[in-house]
Design a protein around this ligand. Structure first.
Ligand SMILES: [Zn+2]
Length: 441
């Protein structure tokens, strides 16, 4: 339901409103719009400032950060990652949800670009067998870095909160990378660390497939068992805490959410999920988890995917539905724990009123119109995710500066191979303990 902000103090007697209504037309003629009914120093939360002005002021002074955008994957799908030929008209405009003119209009200050690669095709063998997922992920990281470099007047690659803030100060869009599933790491903690080195700053624990770390929401939706985090998954969470990788719980099963929240010592994110209480979809966040996220200090970045907003009738989803979800997360978890994760360019259909990234100011304006304070909207837009990210950075710094070493654990189901060739022995028992030799054709 839409509620218009009141022009009078909420506690004020009703007769004041009556007098106000009577004198309002006269005052309107006597003063310019910006001074209506002001009898004290004007502030930006006065209704005498239009909602647009309040929204514009917020977006000029806080970096609006979106948790999830699939442009790199769209470039892969349509252009095989080629951005230098004339077909990629990023500067003059694209039909999809994201390009430079739309970005500028949308006042976006920071973007987590998803460097997504698909789950392996065969769910039975996908964990143990080598796949191309790591190569494809490296290609998406390479593409995202080239994209940022090619449009460096507008974009800046960042791996720290300090850089994200500086990019905003410099009028650039901070560009951060997120990996959407442990399968993209080949289920390896060594790969996890190297992805961090390459600039990835969040890992979604699973995409739409189970992996060596955890159960995916899609498995449970297909009547599979919800096993939550595996034993190795607990190690994965600890290692992400140690290196300062944001842990993303979008796409994971309910039990995985609970297990990660019990294990992690740093705040988590949901990079693109909405409220389960409002839309019973397995990709959304139930209220008990919202309360745990609040305790954990994390953030749920509400997504625009119509299927997760209106399960029964996705085509009915509008910008108002998104605001309903944002308010629900804020009511249950608090305004310190809500943000935005559009999933633009990753879905064919988007809510009415949120057609592309140029519409972010309309979302901010509607939040204000529905009664959120400027301070609450500032947290939602960017302060929350930057707080979460800096807590993750600080905890990592505490662990690494205390000398905590990288984890050398590997998944027990992992297959190892070596060539059958003559090599020296390091130990007396080397003969019996080596990976068996293999003759290649
Ligand atoms: Zn996703």
């Amino acid at each position: 339901m839409t509620s218009t902000p009141t022009r009078w103090p909420k506690s004020g007697p009703s007769w004041l409103k009556v007098i106000g209504l009577l004198i309002l037309p006269a005052v309107a003629f006597a003063y310019p719009a910006g001074h209506l009914a002001v009898n004290h120093e004007p502030s930006l939360e006065d209704d005498s400032f239009s909602l647009e002005k309040r929204a514009a002021h917020i977006l000029e002074t806080i970096t609006l950060i979106d948790g999830h955008n699939d442009l790199p994957y769209l470039i892969r799908v349509e252009l095989k990652n080629k951005i230098y030929d004339e077909k990629f008209t990023f500067e003059s405009g694209l039909l999809s949800h994201m390009d430079l003119p739309k970005l500028r209009k949308g006042k976006l200050g920071g973007q987590f670009w998803s460097v997504y690669a698909e789950c392996p095709a065969d769910p039975e063998t996908q964990i143990a067998d080598p796949t191309w997922a790591v190569r494809d992920t490296l290609e998406q990281i390479d593409l995202t870095k080239r994209l940022v470099e090619e449009y460096s007047d507008d974009l800046k690659l960042c791996g720290t909160v300090a850089c994200a803030r500086q990019a905003f100060e410099d009028g650039k869009i901070g560009s951060f990378m997120g990996i959407e599933g442990g399968h993209q790491l080949g289920n390896s903690l060594a790969t996890l660390r190297q992805m961090y080195e390459l600039g990835a700053r969040y890992i979604t624990v699973t995409h739409n497939c189970d992996n060596a770390f955890a159960t995916a929401a899609s498995t449970v939706a297909a009547d599979g068992q919800d096993k939550g985090l595996t034993e190795f998954g607990h190690e994965f969470v600890q290692e992400m805490n140690r290196i300062g990788m944001l842990i993303d719980l979008s796409h994971v099963s309910y039990q995985t959410m609970l297990d990660v929240l019990a294990e992690t010592k740093a705040p988590v994110i949901f990079s693109h999920s909405s409220s389960y209480a409002l839309a019973n979809h397995h990709r959304n966040v139930p209220d008990d988890v919202l309360r745990s996220v609040a305790e954990n200090g994390g953030i749920v970045m509400v997504t625009f995917v119509p299927f997760f907003l209106e399960v029964e009738n996705p085509s009915a989803a509008t910008i108002h539905t998104v605001v309903d979800h944002i308010f629900h997360v804020a009511e249950v978890a608090g305004w310190d724990h809500v943000g935005v994760g559009s999933d633009f360019d990753g879905v064919g259909v988007v809510p009415v009123g949120l057609e592309d990234v140029s519409k972010f100011p309309a979302l901010v304006k509607l939040l204000l119109e529905r009664g959120a304070t400027d301070e609450q909207v500032r947290k939602f837009a960017g302060e929350n995710i930057l707080r979460v990210w800096s807590e993750v950075e600080n905890y990592s710094w505490a662990l690494t500066s205390a000398g905590e070493k990288p984890s050398e654990k590997t998944w027990l189901g992992r297959k190892w191979t070596r060539a059958d060739m003559s090599m020296p022995f390091m130990f007396d028992d080397s003969m019996g303990n080596r990976i068996p030799g293999k003759t290649y054709p």
